[in-house]
Design a protein around this ligand. Structure first.
Ligand SMILES: *[C@@H]1O[C@H](CO)[C@@H](O)[C@H](O)[C@H]1NC(C)=O
Ligand SMILES: *[C@@H]1O[C@H](CO)[C@@H](O)[C@H](O)[C@H]1NC(C)=O
Ligand SMILES: *[C@@H]1O[C@H](CO)[C@@H](O)[C@H](O)[C@H]1NC(C)=O
Length: 647
């Protein structure tokens, strides 16, 4: 009867959940990570078999400019996140960065033998921003400032080079310049010139700096013209530098969005060796591009270059084309005239235009990964241009300036997080639910659960389950306390163990629907078998003989699924119970249904589930959870100038 009532629950919940049109259901929430509301991804595979291995690295932000400080509690949303290739959250790094915007978040494989992470931590009210390097235990190893004469640590790029010892960053250099070249002698204006710097990661010193103010004329700009009124601070953003890279010859490749031009800068004397695109291209070319982002070297040998960039072709002011694309361009500089031709083109699968942001990444297997930026829209293409996958944030409130795909191994210093709670209506139907996650741990395949009779008791294995999502729910029969969980990899090796936890119990058992004998309610000894309800009745009759009963002799040690280093598990005390299995299945289903609404909501729902359908619905209707209120209903259009200069 109880079970039959339970089967109705997912349906009932669905109906109830639909009634609450939550404005935050584009965000994930977790019992084990209550301070974070990570963004949900919507993923479509066109050809999953050909997708390259790796994780996605994104840094969602809500608005480009830093948001003001607040004393209000708000769950973390913006910041660096890693997702697996199915869009399942792997690491939420947002709590480390204080709800501040993060840009250009990526994995780095050139520092030492272990993978690292790098990102730009946007300037706030108190500081100029930083280039940050983390190791794969998610500890910050470097927090590199930008000397104040160079302005803020620009958000577009923190490009750690293959030497693993230096990195490139951009600067917006402030100058006052005469307007003679615009035919306005005697008049001056302030400008933000293109600049970049090479930083030594050890000393954090700038070992090379470049300033384009005397190299890139106002006439190259499509942002200003001779009639533009002169400006005070912050000045004309007349070129808008948005990427920098370096090749083996020691030359630099920069992209300026407001000149529609990619430049090769000599590493020897800082001169411009050639311009691709714009008003004075050095190349004959069979294509145009504009408003480009993320120009990177793919190959280079002195006279032949292959570069990639995201183009085509629009920004806040105008469109040059109808559809954006990732381009791979081959440049021949050893011939006269020099030539440029598109060798690979990947149009945006939805036929749209990427304004303002985005990036193009050649993957090790020759696939191409493209971040179209707005709403976290990403695509992976086969080399010949088949779309293999597309994904985007469910939320329309967030974008990510760039998105990358890398292989990565994360081994967090923090242990797995475990939250266990006990529910039930009387002694016979008590269950313990375990929520478990391990923020940042890659390669976790499953979880082993343990309970003890007392703090110093022996850990007794009470069950295991596959990892199903960022957070996994497991339900065991009985009132289990002093619990721990082990993360295991595909081979059953233990990757980490949670701290010992007490199980939470309802503050008011009676109000939560418990009708049993409260005075004698205590945690089970996990080493002893739980009696079946029939035995429970008998037990009540022959209370004193019960102690002699032995644990069933199904030795876990002989079970080949048991990992080798599991704490000793003398007996498997928990019986396979078809009812429990069914309840577990239903609870899992229900959990999947409501998990994205909010942690408290989920807890209430689960409490309700186990206590019975009536109590559950009662709670649901009585305690409508409050949706997250921070986000205004009307979202103003994003401030579209991507300036990085503090005003
Ligand atoms: C932009 O993309 C469209 C569609 O792929 C293409 O026809 C056009 O030539 C492209 N323009 C440039 C400048 O690359
Ligand atoms: C660069 O590559 C091109 C094309 O493969 C080749 O013709 C040229 O000789 C190479 N130049 C050098 C300096 O290696
Ligand atoms: C757990 O994962 C393994 C390997 O992917 C799979 O074979 C097995 O069916 C899964 N078990 C459950 C209960 O889903």
């Amino acid at each position: 009867m109880f079970l039959r009532a339970l089967t109705l629950l997912p349906l009932a919940l669905n109906v109830v959940a639909q009634q609450f049109a939550f404005e935050d259901d584009d965000l994930l929430s977790f019992v084990t990570l209550p301070g974070v509301r990570a963004l949900k991804f919507d993923v479509q595979y066109q050809d999953r078999n050909r997708v390259s291995p790796g994780y996605w690295f994104v840094a969602p932000y809500g608005q480009m400019d830093p948001e003001g400080v607040t004393r209000q509690y708000r769950p973390y949303q913006v910041g660096p996140y890693i997702y697996d290739a199915d869009g399942v959250l792997v690491w939420a790094g947002s709590p480390m960065f204080d709800n501040r915007n993060i840009f250009d978040f990526r994995a780095v494989h050139s520092i030492g033998n272990q993978p690292h992470l790098s990102l730009v931590w946007q300037h706030g009210s108190e500081d100029n921003g930083h280039g940050v390097i983390l190791d794969n235990s998610y500890e910050i190893k470097k927090k590199i400032p930008m000397p104040s004469e160079f302005g803020a640590f620009d958000i577009h790029e923190f490009n750690i080079l293959d030497d693993g010892e230096t990195a490139l960053a951009l600067n917006y250099r402030t100058h006052d310049i005469p307007l003679d070249t615009f035919g306005r002698p005697g008049e001056w204006t302030r400008v933000l010139a293109a600049g970049f710097a090479q930083i030594d990661l050890k000393s954090e010193k700038l070992v090379y700096t470049w300033d384009g103010v005397d190299k890139i004329a106002l006439q190259e700009s499509n942002f200003v013209d001779p009639s533009s009124p002169s400006a005070g601070p912050p000045g004309w953003d007349y070129v808008h530098i948005n990427s920098v890279d370096k090749n083996k010859d020691g030359d630099y490749l920069i992209s300026l969005r407001f000149t529609d031009t990619i430049y090769l800068i000599s590493g020897q004397d800082g001169s411009i060796k050639w311009r691709l695109g714009g008003k004075t291209s050095s190349f004959t070319q069979d294509f145009t591009f504009s408003k480009q982002h993320d120009a990177k070297f793919i190959e280079t040998n002195g006279t032949r270059y292959v570069i990639s960039f995201l183009n085509n072709a629009s920004d806040e002011l105008r469109n040059e084309e109808d559809i954006s694309s990732a381009l791979f361009v081959e440049l021949e500089t050893g011939v006269t005239p020099m030539t440029a031709k598109v060798i690979r083109r990947y149009p945006r699968p939805d036929g749209g235009l990427t304004r303002l942001r985005g990036n193009t990444q050649l993957l090790p297997n020759n696939n191409v990964f493209v971040g179209w930026s707005e709403r976290g829209y990403i695509s992976e293409f086969s080399p010949e241009g088949d779309v293999l996958l597309s994904a985007n944030f469910v939320s329309s409130r967030f974008s990510t300036y760039r998105a990358y795909k890398f292989e990565f191994t994360g081994r967090p210093n923090n242990p797995p997080a475990l939250v266990a709670s006990v529910w039930g209506t009387d002694k016979t139907d008590l269950t313990t639910s375990f929520y478990v996650s391990w923020n940042g741990a890659t390669d976790v395949a499953g979880w082993n659960f343990y309970a003890r009779a007392a703090k110093n008791g022996h850990p007794i294995f009470v069950g295991s389950t596959n990892k199903t999502d960022f957070e996994t729910l497991f339900i065991a029969k009985g009132y289990l306390d002093w619990v721990t969980v082990e993360a295991i990899d595909r081979e059953g090796r233990v990757l980490g163990t949670s701290p010992l936890q007490r199980s939470k119990v309802p503050a008011h058992w009676g109000a939560a629907g418990f009708t049993g004998d409260l005075a004698n309610l205590k945690a089970d000894d996990p080493q002893k078998p739980r009696p079946t309800p029939q035995e429970e009745k008998q037990e009540e009759k022959h209370e004193d003989k019960q102690d002699e009963k032995q644990a069933p002799a199904n030795e876990l040690a002989s079970n080949d699924k048991a990992p080798a280093s599991r704490p000793s598990t003398p007996a498997m005390p928990f019986r396979e119970d078809p009812d429990l299995k069914e309840i577990t299945r239903l609870v899992h289903e229900t959990y999947a249904l409501v998990r994205n609404i909010s942690g408290i909501f989920v807890l209430i729902v689960l409490g309700g589930l186990v206590c019975g359908i009536g109590a559950g619905i009662y709670f649901l209707l009585r305690r409508k959870p409050r949706a997250y209120e921070h986000v205004p209903r009307e979202i103003p259009d994003e401030e579209i100038r991507l300036h990085s200069v503090r005003e």
